[in-house]
Structure formats: C-alpha cells, structure tokens
Design a binder for this molecule. Sequence first.
Ligand code: AHR
Length: 325
Amino acid sequence: MKRFFSVLLCLTMICCMAGCSGVKATEPASNVYVIGFSQVGSESDWRVANTRSMTATFADDPSYELLMENARQQQENQFSAVRKFILEGVDFIIIAPTVEEGWETVLTEIKEAGIPVIIMDRSVAVDDEDLYLTNIGSDFLRQGNLAVEWLEDEIPEDKEIRILHLQGTIGATAQIQRTKALEDAVAKHANWEISSQLYGDFTEAKAYEVMTAYLKENKDIDVLYSENDNMTFGAMRALEEAGISYGNGGQVKIITFDATREALQYCHDGKINLCVECNPLFGPLVKELIENYRNGIDIPKHVYVDESAYTTQNITQEFVDSREY
Ligand code: AHR
C-alpha cells in the first residue's frame, strides 16, 4: 500500500511537471500525419513481406505514424479496425481487403467522416468507385494468364492432363482472378481437366491438410496449380509423403504464385516448375501516392505493380539470393 502511495505521488509530480512545461517533450499531434492500416493477416510469407514493407516505409519518416491492425483473415475484424480508426480521427486509411464483397457500408462511413482511403493489394467490389481514392496492387488476372500461357507451351495439344487446383481465400481478388484464368483456359482446351479444387486458404497448414487427405484416394495428377507459395510448400510435403514425384522430370508439374525467395530456390533447384511473381513491396509506392494526394496531385484510380514469371531456365542462384522476401 505504502508503495502504491509513493508511486501515485511520483505520477502526480510527473503529471504536474508536464502540465507546467506544456508537455514539450513530444511533437504536437497535428504535425504527424496518422494513417490507420487494416492488414489482412499474416497467413503467408508474402503477407509478412508486405507488412514489413509498409511498416518500414513509414517508420523511416517521423512525420508519419502508421497504426496497423491485423485482421487475422476475418473481414469482421477489418470493419472493427476501420471504425476504431474513424473514432480516433486518423488522417488517412489504408485497407488490404480480405475479400472483395461487403465493403459498401464501412467505406460510406469513412467517406462521411471525410477520411481518404487507399485500397491496397486486393480489390473491393463496390458500385461507387468514389468511395476510395485508388486501388494499388497486382494484376492477378495477368498473373493467372502468365501461368496458363506457360502451361500451353509445355503441354502438347494431344496430351490429356489432370490439374489439381489449390485455391486461396474464397472471394479474395487473388483467388478470384487466378481461378478465372485457369477455368477460362480449361474451357478452351479439350485436353485439360481440373481434377479437383481444394481449399487451402493461402496457408501452408491448410494446404498440407487438404492435400494429404486428397492424396489418400487420388494419385492421378499431372499439374498442381497452387494459388500461393505457402500452399505450395504444404502441398509439396504432402506429395513427398504420398511418394509422388514433382518438379522438373517428376510426375507433377508445379505452378505457384508469389515467387518468394524460398519458392524461387525450389524453382532454381528444379522442384517447382513455374513461379509467377506477386510483388508485395509497395510500401514506398503507397507513400508516394499519399504524398501526391496531400499535394493536390491527381492520382490514377488503379495502380498495378511490375511482375514477371520465373522458371529454372531463367533464374540464377544470384537472383534467388538477392530476393528481398
Ligand atoms: O493478395 C495477395 C495474396 O495474398 C498472395 O498471393 C498470398 O500469398 C497472400 O496471402
């Protein structure tokens, strides 16, 4: 109790001193531009790299403060985070949406509060595009088409193939567009068949679980089309345990999305056939867009980041080692 009173006395003295001095120790809040950032989660290595790019970009500049909330892949958590940002009176909001649908109400609330918004990474499906300033991220359909074009070159017209499709979070732009590219291509090629679509939620653990169960009954697979690297890693483990070979010269050709360093290494080593890049490092670009907005410079409604695709034939070990994520 005695200790409690002395702590209380100290705190009171500190508060009085701060009051007398006008609390000059920190910058007035109005000089710092506060950004609320609702991130999807930490489901993949891509996501971790994206979070790091965002936090490092703004941490380097004391005129900004980035408040990040991790939604743990739940859209409901994103709604709560955004409403908290509105109550706190942030200057700007960035949303990396888990799924495309369901954003109309909360985006309208942000608009009514007069806060500008950037939609980052994935997209939102809303009728009124004025509900956000810009959408920056990947062209996921182009990524899927790169994969499909590669497969078209690999497979002769007279060879029948069975494609096992591992899907990410259903309703996320990355899933919708990568799936569309594959389904459209399968509709065009009479010799291509999707043997099954398994739900892997963009995580290694889920992909391992569904693949292990699937492979107990089905082993007839020619191609694995996996919508991100982490699911691919889980699938590779399941294939190994089932005694099925994969990669260059193996039974199953593997197509993966993201092209993280670990996947590129597997690709270089011949274990993955194609890595389609999904670039997560757009923190600096997001900051530039915010600065342009603050300076009254017009910003485009959609900004795509640069991306390519890699095979064993076109990457070197040096390139793999230089990968930032
Ligand atoms: O939206 C980008 C996707 O989300 C990446 O492909 C994936 O790894 C992440 O979780």
